[in-house]
Design a protein around this ligand. Sequence first.
Ligand SMILES: [Zn+2]
Ligand SMILES: [Zn+2]
Ligand SMILES: [Zn+2]
Ligand SMILES: [Zn+2]
Length: 755
Amino acid sequence: MGKSLVIVESEAKTKTISKFLGKNYTVRSSVGHVKDLPKQRLGVDVEKNFEPEYITIRGKGKLLNELRKAAVTSENVYIATDPDREGEAIAAHLAEEIRDKNSNIKRVMFNEITERAVKNALQSPTDINLSKVDAQKARRVVDRLVGYKVSPILWKTIYKGLSAGRVQSVALRLIVEREAEIDSFTPEEYWSITANLEGEKGGRFSAGLLKVGKKKAEIRNEEAAKDLVNQIRDQEFRIKEIRKKPIRRQPSPPFTTSTMQQEAARRLGYTAKRIMLIAQQLYEGVELGPEGSVGLITYMRTDSTRIAGEALQEVREMIMRDYGSEYLPKSPRHFKVKSSAQDAHEAIRPTSMARPPKKIRRYLTDEQFKLYELIWNRFVACQMEAARVEQTTIDITAGKNFLFRATGSVIQFRGFLQVYEESREESETRDDEPDNSRLPDNLSEKELLKLLELLPKQHFTKPPARFTESSLVKELDALGIGRPSTYATIISTLLNRKYVEKQKRQLAPTELGKTVSGILVNNFPEIFNVKFTAYMESELDKVEAGEKDFFDVVQDFYSPFSSAVKSTEERKAEIKEDLLKDTDEKCPECGKPLIIRWGRNGQFIACTGYPECRYTRPLEEKAEESTGEKCDKCGKDMVVKNGRFGRFLACSGYPDCKNVRPFTVGVKCPEDGCDGDIVERKSRRGKVFYGCSNYPKCKFATWNRPVAQECPACGNPYLEERYSKAKGNYLACPKCKYQAEAKPEDKGANVTSSA
Ligand SMILES: [Zn+2]
Ligand SMILES: [Zn+2]
Ligand SMILES: [Zn+2]
Ligand SMILES: [Zn+2]
């Protein structure tokens, strides 16, 4: 038998595989893609079936020639690129280049790079899967059409060099919409009352007030809380009922790309991109001293939780041996596989139970070790026995009218928790429930309790949390947007383009990101939305499954898309105009109003007299103004911040303290029967106006700033600040004709606020 040529796409894989295959095989690497669409032009013939014009990537010509030469002298050519769409596309491109030199081309796939898997794969080679290649081609073409047709609209309206991506733009939209929710959130105050109690035999625990009479206790303010404390203080506390409930906690499924990124981001603090890089190293092979290079985990781009039969058997033997039969379920656990998940794929798991993390630690980098250990533990845990927890609920009456409740849980059998417990987002934890991980076990029903302490505590409802990399991946996965190969790229692209920035691990949209998203969402509502993007992903899955045709899918996308592009181009001037923001300043050179506009370096201030007047200056980010006010939750200073809907007060202890208050001018709403405060807001065009804090219930609004000063003529509780060329700023009564000069201190922000 002659020599065979095996082509993979990375150097690390080359090294690992050569070792398994010996002299009869030459292993070469394509070093990633060899062909792609041209950089300088669209490269898609929209008149001719959307055929992409793939060209050899700059610098890959020499490599392709070498591969062609090697193919001539080989009996067989095996293309062993990664087992997914991208890998299939690379395989197809390589085959095109080689076919005239050697047509004996086969496709092999390694779900793991171990000796057994590689040898098995070479014994059952297949042909290149053209449906898979078409699915990749369709995605590439659709993404290219979006990038090339939409980006110029951003250049002409914001500034040149910006770009839009099909899936990234929807992820950006999610981040921007979350930010708007946070900006418009008004925290609501509520109180809890906790009783610290002692049983007859001395056991101590805490219980929270649950019901007042027949109704759930809802305490809105301090006054109500104090009133209740006074009523409850002298009541007799007695245990009404003790309920115990056994609960079985099941382990999480083994990792998919999405869950691995979420969990590793939370636990290890790495970015999604970093995690994929480390996982790839583990998959492609790590040098393990005398054993040589071995792939430690299965393929890291997968949305399947399937586990191969041999792997199940191996892990069950290991659990039996290391933990005992108590920890081994009667039969292996199988997890639901999502409908979109490709069946040939497997979950991410260790390739062998013979390489526990600690045993090979010295061969791994710190990052490799941590990720490998996480994958190992998650996999072992998923095949271990459920944990058994006993949950106890104690209902306590205080007199006839009040019901308190204490809950606690005790782990009776740790099961899989011995190995692994899934972490939670910080935002998922609550602070308003008394916590008894362990209740005293010497309590009984009807028992009289001693009240040690009755504690009222203030809380505020919290705005939704910003996305982290972890929670964004979870959301994208849940919404069916993006695929295992794209989550990490989506996030890193948004960060690179400066549409999003990281603030303490959280993803916050920049002004640029908000502006880009606004233009895309307003002008392409049918394209940049969650439903359509998820639909496109499932269409691409259908192409891969051979159920749909490349042309049909691209055509279905292109018709509505190209008409949206056309009508948006016609509105360019209008869109650009809409981006201008008014200021309340006059040009120091010509007296015309100044506006905020977009330029290559972001927003700046310019004169509306342009081009006659060329006055401009940078838009300095205003430093956070201090207010002299203290946070009523943590005591730190409150500072003024700019939100989408105008200024508001926020605690300088953010993000530890998330207390915010509306920016009030110290005047009560004048509408009859309304108890709201007048707060500062911003119109869509960015102009400041004053409205009622009870909006939308109360629609009171005015452009003139109300000043907390009673009208001496008619007794109206406030005056308004007005402006005229002749008089400058002056005060006037909105009810009668009284006018007064503005005092100097009335010109600035009159910072008072209601708690
Ligand atoms: Zn000017
Ligand atoms: Zn605070
Ligand atoms: Zn009002
Ligand atoms: Zn008046």
